[in-house]
Design a protein around this ligand. Structure first.
Ligand code: SAM
Length: 239
């Protein structure tokens, strides 16, 4: 199966990403725990501490999926909009919110490349493990910039490239051999997890992605590597 970036047309990538997340939606949360040994919870906690949501703010959680980031931010009393291109992921999220008694979130279907929101509407924009799946990343970054107010904050949580010697090789072997097997075992879906790993491998490294964020107009850009950069928190301001 080829899920490459270069060798498929943009509309095909968007469609295939759609299929991947429709396939994994019901097993998404289980698989996150299995693949990261529960660590994704800590990365998400850290991410939301950096965002520092406050009551009264409007925050857009783009590619919000099943709600992990939104649920953490909702505790602050901020008004949160969860947007995602995939209705199956959103419906799992809506169900989880009901189970947890979290109400007041707005759930909406949206493509990060073409947002329906007005200019300068949000105080903060978050996207966790979502940007690498977007077909036209520069376009999504420009849209993020457009919908933020002046003084608005922009945050990305995403897999990157670890700088720790030795660790990269171990991770590479783990991800290419074990993750698709886990996908097969737990979600009966090897190909989707092969895509997810491949999309991580192809994502730009930390300095390149930081430049892309700056090119979209963000200032005071920053990157905080976790586990040597296996995962990274990128941020910037709209000034
Ligand atoms: N943010 C959630 C989390 O951290 O658990 C979900 C992350 S999940 C790995 C990636 C999400 O990105 C999926 O729900 C997928 O549907 C969404 N996605 C992919 N391409 C998108 C696009 N162009 N616009 C909006 N969402 C997109």
């Amino acid at each position: 199966v080829s899920f490459g970036y270069e060798d498929i047309a943009p509309e095909d990538k968007t469609r295939r990403v759609g299929e991947v997340f429709s396939n994994v939606a019901s097993k998404y949360d289980l698989m996150n725990d299995a693949m990261s040994g529960g660590m994704h919870r800590l990365w998400k906690d850290r991410f939301v501490r950096r965002v520092k949501p406050r009551a009264g703010e409007h925050i857009l959680d783009m590619a919000g999926g099943t709600g992990d980031i939104a649920f953490r931010m909702a505790e602050s009393g901020a008004a949160i909009t969860v947007a995602d291109i995939n209705p199956e992921m959103l419906s799992v999220g809506v169900e989880r919110a009901a189970q947890r008694g979290i109400d007041g979130l707005v759930w909406t279907e949206a493509n990060a490349e073409t947002l329906q929101f007005p200019d300068r509407f949000f105080d903060a924009y978050t996207i966790a493990f979502g940007i690498r799946n977007v077909t036209d990343i520069p376009k999504a970054l420009r849209e993020a910039h457009r919908v933020l107010k002046r003084g608005g904050r922009f945050f990305v949580l995403e897999f990157s490239t670890t700088q720790w010697p030795g660790f990269a090789e171990i991770y590479d072997a783990y991800s290419h051999k074990l993750v698709p097997k886990l996908g097969k075992l737990l979600a009966q879906d090897e190909d989707s997890y092969r895509y997810l790993i491949e999309s991580i491998r192809r994502f730009p490294d930390m300095p390149s992605f930081e430049r892309m964020i700056a090119e979209a107009g963000f200032q005071q850009t920053k990157v905080e590597p976790l586990l040597g950069g296996l995962v990274a928190i990128h941020s910037g301001w709209k000034i």
